[in-house]
Design a binder for this molecule. Structure first.
Ligand code: FES
Length: 161
């Protein structure tokens, strides 16, 4: 019996090629927590400049990167995100004086915790992007997506109901 659409060929030599193509097509879902004053505007600039980055990025605007509770990152991973980005203003530019530095400290702790429980470091990233850095934002998103693609889909924290 010949192969039909949807059949999984396991014995043919070209089935590996089909699997490889399918894996290359996989687009990780990324949740990006972006500070309203800088990174969100940088993402907006990337959009109006028509710069390309992966399609499965869900942006959540926050008033400051310090507003990102570590639980938000855990929740995103539990709810099926393959990667999480937190991005704030550059040091010295935070509208709440030291919010971005506080965020960086919190982030370092949660990242160590996640690595301790077996979450690959590529999955959770922290960065600074200003409102004028649309191209930097697009490049950052592509680099986050490439990193997550290297480690594959995230299943460790996903809740199975
Ligand atoms: Fe942007 Fe604090 S206001 S990181």
């Amino acid at each position: 019996m010949g192969n039909q659409v949807g059949d999984v060929a396991t014995t043919k030599p070209d089935s590996t090629a089909e699997t490889t193509i399918a894996a290359d097509d996989w687009q990780p879902s990324i949740v990006a927590f972006l500070c309203n004053w800088c990174s969100y505007a940088g993402a907006d600039l990337a959009g109006v400049s028509r710069l390309q980055y992966g399609p499965n990025v869900r942006i959540i605007r926050v008033p400051c990167s310090a507003r990102v509770d570590p639980q938000f990152i855990l929740k995103a991973l539990q709810n099926g995100a393959d990667g999480v980005l937190v991005s704030g203003c550059h040091p010295g530019d935070c509208h709440y004086i030291h919010g971005n530095l506080v965020a960086r400290r919190k982030f370092a702790v949660i990242k160590k915790f996640l690595e301790h429980i077996g979450i690959e470091s590529e999955r959770v990233q922290f960065s600074w992007v200003s409102a004028s850095e649309g191209s930097r934002f697009a490049a950052l998103m592509n680099s986050v997506i490439d990193g997550v693609k290297r480690v594959g889909p995230s299943r460790k924290l996903v809740k199975e109901l």
